[in-house]
Design a protein around this ligand. Structure first.
Ligand code: CTP
Length: 398
């Protein structure tokens, strides 16, 4: 099993999301991990000590000054027995204590005393998450090498909508598995763009394309499984983003370029997104209405070419830049010319003629074009294309 022999110290903070941590314990144990739970005082308001320790099949630690515990296992030792410390939910308060180095209860003392890696799954009200103080703490924690999973966007228990929902238990499990994945891409940072972009015509209409995001999502999953830290910049795709990767959601090509530039530097960058080549330069901030004066005229402007920008950036260019080419005819000739024009190292070319069923489908037949020439791969599932491409990327980076 993926987590056999791994020991996780799970600190459950005081948030409504604490109930999801019960499921997290169950899923970690199913995968072979041992879980030692620590429940904060505030956490006890949301889940009972009995349910936590029963699910963990372990003693629950609650109090810094519990003499019995100190005799059994001191807090310093407790903080170090684990292979990974996971804080879920990580409340704004816990994040703040961690960033400041405060140690005034068992959880914060363990976090200050530990010398093992720490991963947090933040959960809080959207305004608390967006508050400059929390964002400052987040930067500090990332700088301290603390891994952060989520939070996700969504409806919140407090009735608001936005970022702040704790990542789902399976997303946390995947991030934990990726943390332990000792693959050839461990320590590498890889950027992946995916999905279509939406270019607004007016507030309710947009121009889009048929990309589902399936190939980019499969590739991000395969790279993470080899140990990479994947930054996944995605337009509005049909398939949900993979878990265990850093997700940045965008709508337009311009937003995608900004997100990509913000995510660099990276060891490799793979551009699987189907970026709209044009945007409506005359996009209206009001809904266009039917009018007696005739039909509306849309004017277009060219979008930035994100792949080309990164492939030709000179200093700070990722070592390996990979583009995709969606062609309907003369696939190899067009894709070879595209590789030159864009300045990328590889082009993964595919035939997206409607009769192939590739765009929006589950299979792909690709040709990998590099300076060594064109290499045709047999038709296979998008997952298999992703696995093979991830293996080739690992070869190229090591
Ligand atoms: N791409 C990009 N930014 C754009 C357009 C495309 O990053 N504005 C990337 C895609 O993610 C893909 C590659 O460029 O990796 C090829 O895109 P494609 O649309 O096939 O190529 P174009 O440059 O648009 O060429 P053409 O329209 O002639 O096919």
């Amino acid at each position: 099993m993926m987590l056999d022999g791994k020991h996780i110290l799970l600190i459950i903070g005081g948030g409504i999301a604490a109930f999801k941590s019960l499921d997290l314990i169950r899923r970690l144990r199913e995968r072979g991990a041992a879980v030692t739970p620590v429940l904060t005082k505030a956490g006890e308001e949301f889940v009972t000590p009995l349910s936590v320790s029963a699910l963990a099949g372990s003693k629950l630690y609650r109090d810094l000054f519990d003499l019995g515990d100190e005799a059994e296992m001191g807090h310093i030792q407790l903080s170090r027995v684990a292979d990974l410390v996971v804080v879920a939910p990580a409340t704004a308060d816990l994040m703040s204590k961690m960033a400041q180095g405060v140690a005034n209860d068992l959880a914060s003392t363990l976090l200050l005393a530990t010398d093992t890696p720490v991963m947090i799954a933040p959960a809080m009200n959207v305004r608390m998450w967006d508050h400059p103080a929390t964002q400052r703490n987040l930067v500090t924690l990332r700088g301290d090498d603390i891994a952060v999973v989520g939070p996700n966007d969504g409806d919140m228990a407090c009735g608001e909508f936005g970022p702040g929902r704790m990542a789902e238990p399976m997303e946390i499990v995947t991030a934990i598995q990726a943390h332990f994945a000792d693959g050839p891409l461990t320590g590498k940072r890889i950027l992946v763009t995916s999905g279509p972009t939406h270019e607004p015509i007016d507030p309710v209409r947009y121009i889009a394309n048929r990309s589902s995001g399936a190939q980019g999502t499969a590739l991000a999953t395969a790279l993470a499984a080899l140990g990479a830290h994947v930054v996944f910049v995605t337009g509005p795709a049909d398939v949900p983003p993979p878990s265990g990767v850093e997700v940045i959601k965008v709508q337009t090509a311009h937003q995608m370029l900004n997100a990509v530039e913000g995510a660099l530097p990276a060891d490799a960058a793979v551009f699987a997104a189907a970026v709209a080549d044009w945007r409506v330069s005359s996009a209206s901030d009001r809904k266009l209405k039917k009018s007696k004066d005739g039909l509306p005229v849309l004017e277009f402007a060219e979008n930035p070419d994100i792949l080309k920008t990164v492939a030709q950036m000179g200093k700070g260019r990722p070592k390996l830049v990979v583009g995709f080419a969606a062609e309907t005819n003369d696939v190899i000739e067009n894709a070879t010319a595209k590789r030159k024009r864009k300045g990328c190292d590889w082009i993964v070319a595919n035939d997206v003629s409607p009769e192939t069923g590739i765009m929006g489908g589950s299979e792909n037949a690709v040709t990998l074009i590099s300076d060594a020439g064109a290499e045709g791969w047999p038709r296979m599932s998008k997952t298999d294309v992703a696995t093979q491409l991830a293996a080739r990327i690992a070869q190229a980076l090591t």
